[in-house]
Write a protein of this length. Structure first.
Length: 230
């Protein structure tokens, strides 16, 4: 998986009342710590933006992230539309919240369809840097819709070599006894590092320390503001 790379930062904060989405949805960053629960100050699902809010907030980033990071031609409008369509389709197929899928896409690739494949002992290709998946458009322009769909499927439903976020969230539900936001944050931690210290999601276990906190912030509107994670 790619390290925390350019065009990322900031995060939005602790859970507030469910009735005021506009007030809590913002490009800001809160350094969440602990077990991912609302009791520990992490945002509940009620504090997340809607899928459309989140996609719209990240669209400008998707338009520039390939070129900014030196990964090739920037996404075309058609490629961005295919990312949207693929996320919606795979969310419906898998039962995974489309917002969680989008958050992992932005965390792993900044939404660049031509993101490079990384290999730190495990090959991680595509928009979600999946576990040795088939989907990739590294060096390919234009990126066909079928490949974009495959990248999202690999990252959500998994591959023969390892689980996607559908599987890691299921693991997290068992580990935490929680089926809401905490399971998503813990599942993201497992997706990044292969396992989780459920009482401390900032334990990267050799991987990205801030991964779970980043996902929580992405779900509440963070795109470009400076990260407060340390």
């Amino acid at each position: 998986m790619l390290p925390r790379i350019a065009l990322t930062a900031g995060f939005a904060a602790a859970a507030v009342s469910a009735g005021d989405i506009s007030a809590r949805f913002a490009d800001s960053y809160t350094f969440f710590q602990g077990d991912g629960s609302a009791t520990a100050g992490w945002p509940s699902e009620a504090a997340w933006g809607t899928y459309q809010q989140l996609f719209d907030a990240n669209k400008g980033l998707m338009e520039k992230s390939c070129g900014f990071n030196g990964w090739g031609a920037d996404n075309s409008p058609a490629e961005i539309a295919s990312i949207d369509s693929a996320i919606r389709q795979v969310a419906q197929e898998s039962g995974v919240d489309n917002r969680a899928i989008l958050a992992v896409v932005m965390q792993e690739s900044k939404g660049c369809v031509r993101v490079p494949t990384t290999d730190n002992g495990v090959r991680n290709p595509g928009l979600m840097q999946s576990h040795n998946g088939q989907g990739s458009c590294a060096g390919v322009n234009p990126c066909p819709p079928a490949q974009i769909l495959q990248m999202i499927r690999d990252g959500v439903t998994g591959t023969p070599f390892g689980p996607g976020i559908q599987g890691t969230i299921a693991q997290a539900k068992t580990l935490t006894g929680d089926s809401g936001a905490r399971a998503v944050y813990t599942g993201a931690r497992i997706y990044n590092s292969g396992s989780a210290t459920v009482t401390n999601l900032d334990d990267g276990r050799g991987s990205t320390v801030c991964y779970a906190a980043d996902i929580a912030n992405r779900l509440t509107g963070w795109t470009l503001s400076p990260s407060a994670c340390h």
